[in-house]
Design a protein around this ligand. Structure first.
Ligand SMILES: *Cc1c(COP(=O)(O)O)cnc(C)c1O
Length: 378
């Protein structure tokens, strides 16, 4: 099976993890800060907080933003459930705004329509690695005094108007799951330029407990620490961060490889009568986390099954979040985002990752074309 996404691990990655195993710190040691600094410098952010996974990063960001009961947070339904679950974790309500038919990202026009007195924040997801229309989103946020959190799980290394994703909103989160732009096995990070958010994020990662003298309400001595808030154990290990550091050295290579493969797919499918290739806004450079094609709704299932039968790891990103039974049973059964729902019926993600060879890709391209031949006869 050719997987739709996969990590790329080399000897130096393996050695870095082994070195940590032989060191004094398996967790909460020097590799955490080194990894945080490396990613912060890469994207140009002031602060970075490495954390257990991308979902924890979103949860922490919502906590730091002060999202709580009675608040509404607007996000896209075309995402992994975690982008909305993080709002529920905080006792607030996710509100789904529809997506733009061309970019598949949240539509600023529909964000405006979904704003109420209770709206507190927008969680913008850069689907497949293509940045959202951040200028429009920030303009809405300024006008309505909303916070903006970017779910950059797909978008480490992606650019908007020549700037790397990770510095443009109140907070930006990343995920380092094996299929994501770089991996730490499990892992995530929150980027911010705001010291206040930074301190809250650090607290949240360690139970709400701190030894920081500047934050303690009193100081009883050198042993002293206090729990100032209700946080979680969302720490990441030094083993993971060591891997993150060596992976960061390869990020530009990964991005280049993904870009070249995406271009080959573009060229192969651009003129195909039944395939829609991903549209790219001129002001964005995608991280190409996913390559999503649209095929006619009537053929999606057949194409999907035919590709699977040929050993090609296809996928659908994503089932609209509110379609899930949990959401349907919790007040979302009347929600309707027509563009997201219709795109979902057309989407197939085909393999794209740094280890994909051109030979494998040619096989995928031929297989996709072949699987669509059925449309000619039916
Ligand atoms: C992967 C992903 C997450 C969650 O990241 P984990 O590290 O798996 O917890 C959140 N949002 C999006 C869009 C993702 O793709």
């Amino acid at each position: 099976m050719i997987p739709y996404g996969k990590q790329w691990i080399e000897e130096d990655d393996i050695q870095a993890v082994i070195d940590v195993l032989r060191s004094d710190y398996l967790t909460t040691g020097p590799k955490i800060q080194e990894f945080e600094r490396t990613v912060a410098d890469y994207v140009g952010a002031k602060y970075a907080v490495a954390i257990a996974n991308g979902t924890a990063a979103l949860h922490a960001a919502c906590f730091a933003a002060g999202i709580g009961e009675g608040d509404e947070v607007i996000t896209t339904p075309l995402t992994f459930a975690a982008s909305a679950n993080c709002v529920l974790y905080c006792g607030a309500k996710p509100v789904f705004a529809d997506v733009d038919r061309r970019t598949y990202n949240i539509d600023p026009g529909d964000i405006r329509r979904k704003i109420t007195k209770r709206t507190k924040a927008i969680i913008a997801v850069h689907l497949a690695g293509q940045p959202c229309d951040l200028d429009a989103i920030h303009e809405i946020a300024r006008k309505h005094h909303l916070l903006v959190i970017e779910d950059g799980a797909h978008a480490l290394g992606a650019e908007y108007h020549g700037k790397k994703i990770g510095t443009m909103s109140d907070m930006t989160t990343f995920s380092f799951h094996p299929v994501k732009p770089i991996t730490t096995a499990e892992g995530g990070m929150i980027m911010t330029d705001d010291e206040g958010y930074y301190q809250k994020l650090c607290l949240f990662r360690t139970h709400g407990i701190t030894r920081n003298k500047g934050l303690l309400t009193r100081d009883e001595g050198p042993w002293f620490y206090q729990q100032l808030d209700l946080g979680f154990n969302y720490r990441i290990t030094d083993l993971q961060c060591a891997l993150g550091c060596t992976q960061m050295k390869k990020l530009e290579y990964f991005l280049g490889k993904r870009r070249r493969l995406a271009k080959r797919y573009d060229e192969a499918f651009r003129d195909h009568p039944w395939i829609e290739i991903p549209y790219q806004l001129p002001e964005t450079v995608s991280g190409w986390h996913l390559y999503i094609i649209q095929v006619p709704e009537c053929s999606r299932r057949k194409v999907f099954e035919a590709l699977q039968a040929k050993g090609i790891g296809v996928n659908v990103h994503y089932i609209p979040v509110y379609y899930h039974p949990y959401y349907q049973e919790h007040g979302y059964n009347e929600v309707c985002c027509p563009n997201a729902e219709s795109l979902y019926e057309h989407f197939i993600s085909i393999p794209l990752h740094p280890g994909l060879t051109e030979e494998q890709q040619d096989y995928i391209i031929d297989s996709v074309r072949e699987s669509l031949e059925i449309l000619k006869t039916s």
